[in-house]
Unconditional design. Structure first.
Length: 105
C-alpha cells in the first residue's frame, strides 16, 4: 500500500491494472460482478489507495462500480441531435409577425 508521501507516479506504477487482480484484492470473483465478456481486456488503472477504500466482498460497492465496465455501457443508444436546427423545431409564427427569425429557439 502506498504511504501518504508516495508520489502520484509511484501510486500509478503500483496500481491494479487488471480486473482479475482487483477482484482478488477485494476477495471477489469476476463471476460475482456480472461483467461483460470483454472485461478481461478492459484497460484498468486503480491506485491501491483508492482500492483500499472499497469494501471487500461487496460486488455493489459504489467505488468499485466506478472503475469496472458495466453491461449497460455496451448498449446502443439513439444518437442525440447536436445541431441547433436538429434540436429546435420551428414554432408556429404569429399571424402578424414580420420578423423572419421569430418562432425559432
Amino acid at each position: 500500500m502506498n504511504t501518504p508521501s508516495a508520489t502520484w507516479q509511484q501510486a500509478l506504477a503500483d496500481a491494479f491494472d487488471s480486473v482479475a487482480d482487483l477482484c482478488a484484492y477485494l476477495q471477489l470473483s469476476p463471476a460475482d460482478l456480472s461483467l461483460p465478456r470483454q472485461a478481461t481486456a478492459f484497460p484498468l488503472r486503480v491506485p491501491r489507495d483508492f482500492a483500499a477504500r472499497m469494501q471487500a466482498g461487496n460486488p455493489n460497492d459504489p467505488l468499485l462500480r466506478q472503475v469496472l465496465p458495466d453491461l449497460a455501457e455496451l448498449n446502443d443508444y439513439p444518437a442525440t441531435p447536436t445541431t441547433r436546427s436538429a434540436i429546435c423545431k420551428p414554432w408556429p409564427k404569429p399571424a402578424l409577425s414580420t420578423n423572419t427569425t421569430a418562432g425559432f429557439c
